[in-house]
Structure formats: C-alpha cells, structure tokens
Design a protein around this ligand. Structure first.
Ligand SMILES: [Zn+2]
Length: 637
C-alpha cells in the first residue's frame, strides 16, 4: 500500500509532535478546570460530567488526563480539547498550534512560489561552489591556496576530498558577482544568498575574497553556504555565510551530508570543532564525524542528532578539560542532549511486587579527551591509531565531571574534600537520570573514600533542599519530554500496517485504545476504514498527512523486515507490547484510584470491586508475560 519514503532531507519533527513538545497538558486543562495539586498529579471537578467531588485527574509525567468518575475515559491534550470544545482533530490542532505559537503550513500557491525562489538561491550557491573548486584545483590564482592545503594535509582529490569540495575564492572584489550576474541571477538574489555584501550606498561586492572555501552541505548534499578561512592576514580569520533563508547555522552541522548515514550504520556520532578536523576524520574512514559551525551546539543540533543515534561522543581539547569555560560548554552541550533524548520513566516491580518508577536517560554521552594542545586533524593525520584509541577510551560524561572536579582540588585534606562536594551540587541537580546520579555518587564516593550515604547526606546539607526532582535554579520546571513527542512502538506498528497490506488480517485484535496519542489513533482509524493508499491519504487533513509522511520516513533501528514471516512476527510483537502497555496503564490508573479511595475513606464495597478489577489487570499482565516467554522459547528452539 504505502511505500517507505527515503529519509527526508532534514529530519524535522512533524508539526504534531512539535506542538506536543511545546504545550503542557496541565496549563491546557487549567483553562477549563480548576486544578489542585494531588501528589505529583493534579485533580479537579470533571468538566464532562456533573460531580461534587473531584474525580478528574491530570498526569504531567504522562501528559495525559483521566476521569475516574462517570466518564471513565481519558487521553492526551488533543483529545481533551476535542471533547471540551466539541471539535474534530483538525480544529483541535489549530487551537493548540496557536497556543504553541506554531503556524500550520498550508499547501498554497505562495508556498510553491517560495520554494521556487529558494531553489534559485541554492543554484546560485552551487555555481559559486563549483567556481571556487575549479579555481583551487587548476588556476594560477589558486596556487597559494594549494600550497596551504598541501601543508595542512587537507584532503583535496581523494574520495573524502571530492565529497567536501574545498575551494578557493579569488581576491577580486567583484569576480564572483560578475560571473553570477552573467548567469542571470539578480543582485538582490545574490545578496539574499549571502555571497554578496551590500554597502550602505546600495553597492555590492563579493563577501569571500582570498579565502579557502569550505562548502557547507545540508543532509541531502546540497550546498547551502560556506565556511571560509583567510589565507593572508585578512580579518576575521574565519568567516561564515550569514544567516539567510537557506543558511541557518543553528541548524547546520558540517559534514552531516556524509555523516548521517554513516553514524546510523555505526550507531555512533562524533562531534569535533573544526572543518579540517571533520575533513581529516572522513579521510581516515571516520565518516561519522561532524562539527557545529563556529557556534556551540544548539538544541536544534541535539534534536537532529538524537534521531540518528543514541551514542554521542564529544571531542575535547585536553588543555581545556580543566578550564571553567570549557566545562561550562560541555555541561551545556550534554544538557542539550539530555533534553533532546528526554528522560524515560521506567516502571519496575520491586521486591514486594510494588511498582516503582525511575527516570532513565536513553542515551550514552561520552567525552573524548584529546592530548593537550593537539587538534583531531593533527592526530588523525599523524597517527590514526592514536585517534582510534582515544575514541575507545572516551569516558561517560558523568565520570568526566567527577574526574575534572577531583583534579581541581587536593582531595587528601578534609577542606579539599568539602570544596569538591560543594562544587558537585549544581552538577548533581542537573542530572535527572537516577542512573547517572548513582554513578556520580559512587565514583565520587570511591575517590574521596566517603561512603555514598554520607556523601548524599552532606550534599543534602549543603543544598538544604530535597535532592530529588529539583530543577536547575532559575530554569523553572522543565516540561516532561520524550514521552510527549511520540511513541516509538505505536509509530513502528502503524508503519508496518501502512506499508504491508497483507498484515491487515493479523491485526484484527488491535484496537484504537491501544494507541495513546491522538494523531496515531486518528491514523489507525483511517487505516481501518480505507484499504486504498490514495483514498486514505486524501481522507486526511494536511497535518495528519504530514504525520503520515513523518512515520513513513522515520528510521526505525531494527528496520522494517522484508520477508512476510518476519513482518508478521514483528507485528505480533508490537501488538503484544501495546497490549502490555495498556494493561500497565490500567494498573497505574487502578493504583491511583485505590489511593484516592483510601484517602477519602471510601466504602469497603467499592474497594473490593476495585481490588477485583486490579486483579483482573494483574492477571492480564501475567498472561502477556507468559505469552512473551513462550515466544522467546519458540524463537530459541
Ligand atoms: Zn467525568
């Protein structure tokens, strides 16, 4: 039915998940219902049925709501607005988009026009890149630049060199301008690309003169701008294309056009600082290396990378490792990644069968510590093996924090120990992942020879605030992420169904309730009604079409299997996991209800029925575990 799309040029989030990221269900619901805090959740009088005691709950962790009273239903922010405003999904989307400050793109003549204009700008930049390249490779004017390239061992005509297309911009003030005007581009277009600079009197001239030119590519491989290094004494030494309609350095990563698929394949991405570091890495087979464009890593970068791999390596100059400024940058960078990956709530069954939940960071962030004063490009060019070893010895970022702290003080004295502990406090409060925290405590405890328990007590004393669930000062509560954007298992399941019509029969026991997110539920319902790909697509509103395309092009780590038997197994596994999740959700709601009844000294009879229902959902979970266990054994056998 649907064909899997090739990965999109840039993996931007779909509008729907973008909206979900930006709104908080508590504030959405608060506009209609007066909520009061109940533990970590909120409760109030149900807006959908008449009642005297609040049985309507909002769960910020799950970004969901539920009425335990007459309604007995719940959902996410979209379903709440749909029900409350009595509107369909599309209208709810419009309302929430406005709230999130997102403009819904509509297919229109003007957007087609806009993209045609953009194509022209891109083609002008491409002509410039080719011109610079030819000059460097063949012209007399480029001979100085060629010497520099040889001296610095910058790859030029190797496979990597050809992919990065380094070039040379001539020293004249209007050489490129005349070439491009001759090709039919207007002066204004060339100013818009950033290739020309406009003076106050309106005149224009070439921005890049007598520089080594590093074309910057978007993931699809199109040139969108340049990084340029002065060859003479020209200031500034490094000059980038300015912010424009085609170039936004807060989104761009140098080398991503080659690194994206490589990083996916190798399941690891490495961040360095300079263009030549990236080039040299690719030259030596490290094609999963990228660099931000002379800025620190932005949230856009982190978010794009988080969709490629969970294993992030940051190269850091050994000189800088002890310096406060570098530490700050590293902490900001790891913080961006932690935000991008989100904290996953994991529910576990404790020793007495009690369910507990803890926060887990779904990524491995490591620091590659370089020998002092040496850049990656030098190391790679001189001894590639050394680079490989440095990557192998990259340390988890938490260990890096602890080690840096320990190096800064004399820990043999009580005074030194105390100041290390004091310096820990802001770092600990950044670590929301309970695993990271315990790793931090145990490493620090071992180094300082202080039992972990005492260490935590000491930190609590310094801080004088509870350790858990605290946010970085001044930041305010962080919106729960990760959970809200999308659900991988739902996405994967839908993608299987949409791309393989033969699976329809096998999905007979899949129900709309298995999908928690409204957009997936909508797609599932549309799929149930229409077998035909074109009809299905035309029955959907624009944002849902976008969500559909997003799903079809989304990379799923295990991939969509090719043969029918494996597809069937994958679908069975999906359904099982969705059922399991539903049963767990019921159990979670059950426990909240029981707790509520206990607090309000509810009737014994009511408790009894609730207990019964609780047993039923326990039984269901048990069944699922048995089923899964059998399947695992079947697979082995
Ligand atoms: Zn209700």
């Amino acid at each position: 039915m649907f064909a899997r799309a090739a990965p999109q040029p840039s993996q931007h989030m779909s509008t729907i998940s973008d909206i979900k990221e930006r709104i908080d269900i508590v504030s959405v619901v608060s506009e209609y219902v007066q909520l009061t805090k109940a533990g970590k959740n909120y409760k109030g009088l149900c807006p959908f049925h008449s009642e005297k005691h609040g049985s309507f709950f909002v769960f910020p962790d799950r970004q969901s709501w539920h009425c335990f009273g007459a309604c007995g239903t719940g959902g996410d922010a979209f379903s709440f607005v749909m029900k409350k405003e009595n509107v369909d999904f599309k209208e709810a989307l419009t309302l929430l988009a406005a709230r999130a400050g997102i403009t819904l793109e509509r297919e229109s003549a003007s957007s087609t026009e806009r993209s045609e204009e953009k194509e022209r700008l891109l083609s002008a930049v491409e002509v410039a890149a080719e011109f610079y390249r030819t000059l460097l490779l063949t012209s007399d004017a480029g001979s100085g630049a060629r010497d520099y390239v040889t001296r610095r061992r910058i790859p030029l005509e190797s496979e990597a060199g050809s992919a990065f297309r380094v070039g040379y911009s001539p020293s004249g003030w209007t050489t490129l301008k005349e070439l491009l005007l001759g090709r039919g581009y207007t002066e204004q277009e060339l100013v818009d690309t950033g290739l020309l600079v406009q003076r106050e009197d309106g005149g224009t001239y070439d921005r890049f003169r007598d520089r080594l030119m590093f074309p910057v590519f978007e993931p699809s491989g199109k040139v969108i701008g340049f990084g340029a290094r002065a060859l003479g004494d020209l200031e500034p030494k490094y000059l980038n294309s300015p912010q424009s309609r085609i170039f936004d350095k807060s989104h761009v990563l140098y080398g991503i056009h080659r690194a994206r698929s490589a990083a996916r394949r190798k399941d690891r991405i490495i961040l360095v600082e300079g263009y030549t570091d990236v080039l040299q890495a690719h030259e030596h087979g490290w094609d999963n290396v990228v660099a931000p464009m002379g800025t620190s890593l932005t949230e856009h970068h982190a978010s794009a990378l988080s969709r490629i791999t969970k294993n992030i390596y940051l190269a850091l100059d050994g000189d800088a490792a002890g310096q406060a400024a570098a530490m700050k940058t590293i902490r900001e960078t790891t913080g961006r990644f932690r935000d991008a990956f989100g904290q996953r709530q994991v529910e576990e069954y404790g020793p007495r069968g009690k369910q507990t939940s803890r926060s887990v960071l779904d990524a491995d962030i490591r620091i590659i510590i370089l020998p002092a004063g040496r850049d990656p490009d030098e190391i790679l060019a001189e001894s590639p093996d050394e680079w490989a070893q440095l990557v192998d010895h990259a340390v988890p970022y938490v260990d890096f924090y602890v080690d840096t702290l320990l190096q800064s003080e004399d820990t043999s004295t009580a005074r030194g120990k105390r100041s290390v502990i004091a310096a820990c406090e802001p770092i600990i409060s950044e670590l929301e992942d309970s695993m990271d925290r315990s790793r931090f405590y145990s490493r620090l405890g071992r180094a300082l020879k202080i039992p972990e328990r005492e260490l935590m007590a000491e930190l609590a004393r310094i801080d004088n605030r509870p350790l858990r669930g605290k946010n970085v000062a001044g930041k305010g509560p962080r919106a729960p992420r990760g959970r809200t954007g999308s659900s991988s298992i739902e996405d994967y399941c839908l993608c299987l169904l949409l791309t393989h019509p033969t699976l329809r029969e096998r999905a007979a026991n899949l129900e709309r309730e298995h999908f928690e997110t409204t957009e997936n539920r909508q797609l599932f319902e549309a799929w149930q009604q229409d077998d035909d790909a074109d009809k299905l697509r035309s029955s959907l509103d624009a944002p849902l079409v976008e969500h559909l395309d997003f799903l079809l092009s989304k990379p799923f780590p295990p991939g969509i299997p090719n043969d029918e038997e494996t597809q069937q197994r994958a679908l069975d596994e999906c359904i099982l996991r969705l059922q399991e999740r539903q049963a767990k959700r019921h159990q979670f709601l059950m426990e909240i209800t029981l707790e509520r009844e206990r607090q309000e000294q509810g009737l014994d009879a009511e408790l009894a029925t609730l207990d019964q229902r609780g047993l039923a959902s326990n039984e269901r979970l048990h069944q699922i575990f048995l089923q899964r266990d059998r399947r695992t054994r079947d697979k082995r056998g």
